[in-house]
Design a protein around this ligand. Structure first.
Ligand SMILES: [Zn+2]
Length: 66
């Protein structure tokens, strides 16, 4: 079961091109100590990726086991 820390989920992220807010990421990919978010702007069809890095000190060691 995937564990998602919703405290790190950016919502209402502005489009990098036209600045319109995007409610939720189109795709979320979890990696070691980081989560990648793929944003797709409905207004201008621009796609971009944002990566959230986790502080290792705040990580649950059990969550790092693949
Ligand atoms: Zn846009």
């Amino acid at each position: 079961m995937a564990r998602i820390n919703f405290g790190y989920l950016p919502q209402g992220n502005p489009c990098a091109q036209c600045r319109k807010p995007i409610a939720t990421p189109e795709w979320i990919e979890n990696g070691p100590n980081r989560t990648s978010y793929l944003w797709h702007c409905w207004a201008c069809d621009y796609r971009f990726e944002a990566v959230a890095f986790f502080d290792e000190q705040d990580s649950d060691p059990e969550a790092l086991v693949a």
